[in-house]
Ligand binder design. Structure first.
Ligand SMILES: [Zn+2]
Length: 58
């Protein structure tokens, strides 16, 4: 689990790489911001990325 800041809305979220896929190829997969639904980053992955909001605790 890694953290990333969305370049579009500036919010921080977590993303996880899901790699337990039987047949896959290495390709660029989008990490989609859960707040604004835009692509925050593209990374080479064996699987795909799941992003989750970080609940701010104040
Ligand atoms: Zn965003």
């Amino acid at each position: 689990m890694e953290k990333i800041v969305c370049p579009h809305c500036g919010k921080k979220f977590r993303y996880e790489e899901i790699t337990n896929i039987v047949s896959h190829t290495d390709k660029e997969m989008a990490i989609v911001c859960p707040y604004c639904d835009l692509i925050a980053e593209k990374r080479l992955s064996h699987g795909y990325f799941v992003s989750t909001k970080i609940i701010e605790q104040k």
